[in-house]
Design a protein around this ligand. Structure first.
Ligand code: FES
Length: 355
């Protein structure tokens, strides 16, 4: 076989075959080479070049305005006394600001490259991952050339507006981090305590109907919130703390045969006639524990399969959770409704407290 030939699979009618492999002639494939360079309007006319530079600058300025607008939109709708319509409008405006900020940077960069940067095509043979000293020196040369040809150093206005657009663009995201946790003083207190208090009735989620002990049959499971937790204030506006408080206070209520339960000393009276209440917030990373297996008395978290043994104070028997689900001590009031004896005696949710 000559040097200019190679072998390929599989069989077809257009090749000769040697030893079952097809023979192709490399010389038959011509290198099409580079396409001829096409001059752009901005290469030929200074007027067009300046217009393109203004457009790129305007796009970067627009990006800055859009990013600043989304920050404004965040603060324009404080989360107190806010209606659901305002929540939607706020989300829409914040999202629009971030999207347009990002879009304008993208369009500006592409427009800059297509109209103002030198657009000579360059082809380069493959080389080792780490180049020789000459290659590295050549790379520096190329970077300098690219800098020169793109006008990055020379076009100060474009460069500075690009810096401004890129600097402002992440700010809306940073501002939104404020929503990840409570703000202001007493942050630890807010995280440590829930809406449960002595005498608060246990109510069905989401309707808020109080639950009588006689309604809870063996094997049944209720998703429970404090009866005092209301989605709306008395004047009809949304309770801005509703979702935060609900997220902390969510409880699973289950009834088993009283003989199944093995309370530790001091907890004998935390259940009522086999009815137990445990925090629904997984102690791994906070998913809602929502699956109950009646035969084994196991509660399962669907996120990473942490499994809690209801019969033994929700001890962890499988999975990544590192502590039991906190138990809500319960009793019944004079009308037979289930009530909390107190708040949880430990923080609910992920176990960063001990660290
Ligand atoms: S959040 Fe429940 S197991 Fe991970």
């Amino acid at each position: 076989m000559s040097n200019s030939k190679d072998v390929v699979k599989p069989f077809d009618s257009e090749h000769d075959y040697e030893g079952g492999l097809a023979v192709i002639d490399k010389d038959a494939i011509k290198n099409p080479g580079m396409e001829p360079h096409r001059e752009r309007m901005t290469d030929k006319s200074e007027k067009h070049e300046k217009a393109a530079a203004r457009q790129v600058t305007a796009l970067f300025v627009f990006s800055m305005i859009a990013s600043a607008f989304s920050i404004y939109a965040y603060f324009a709708f404080p989360l107190s006394n806010i209606t659901m319509g305002q929540v939607r409008l706020s989300t829409l405006l914040i999202g629009a600001g971030i999207s347009f900020g990002m879009l304008a940077i993208g369009i500006g960069a592409v427009h800059w490259a297509k109209t103002l940067m030198v657009d000579n095509e360059v082809s380069e043979a493959r080389h080792q991952t780490r180049g020789s000293e000459e290659v590295r020196a050549r790379a520096v040369e190329i970077i300098n050339l690219a800098n020169q040809e793109s006008g990055f150093s020379r076009r100060k206005l474009i460069r500075r507006t690009l810096y401004g657009a890129i600097a402002l663009f992440p700010l809306p995201g940073i501002v939104l981090f404020a929503d990840l946790g409570p703000l202001g003083s007493n942050v630890e207190e807010k995280l440590r305590h829930t809406a449960w208090a002595k005498g608060t009735r246990l109510a069905k989620d989401p309707y808020g109907t109080p639950i009588k002990a006689s309604d809870v049959t063996i094997g049944s499971v209720f998703h429970v919130i404090p009866e005092t937790l209301r989605e709306r204030n008395d004047d009809g506006t949304l309770n801005s703390e509703y979702l935060n408080e609900k997220a902390k206070a969510a409880v699973l209520l289950v009834r088993v045969e009283p003989s199944v339960l093995n309370p530790s000393p001091g907890r004998e009276k935390w259940a009522y006639d086999g009815i137990v209440a445990y925090s629904k917030i997984c102690t791994h990373v906070g998913c809602p524990v929502a699956l109950y297996e009646q035969h084994t008395h196991h509660l399962l978290c669907p996120c990473h399969q942490s499994t809690f043994d209801l019969a033994n104070e929700c001890a962890v028997i499988f999975g990544p959770a590192s502590r039991p689900l906190p138990q809500l001590p319960i009793a019944v009031d004079s009308e037979g409704y289930l009530v909390a004896q107190s708040d949880f005696n430990e923080p609910v949710g992920p176990s960063f407290w001990e660290r």
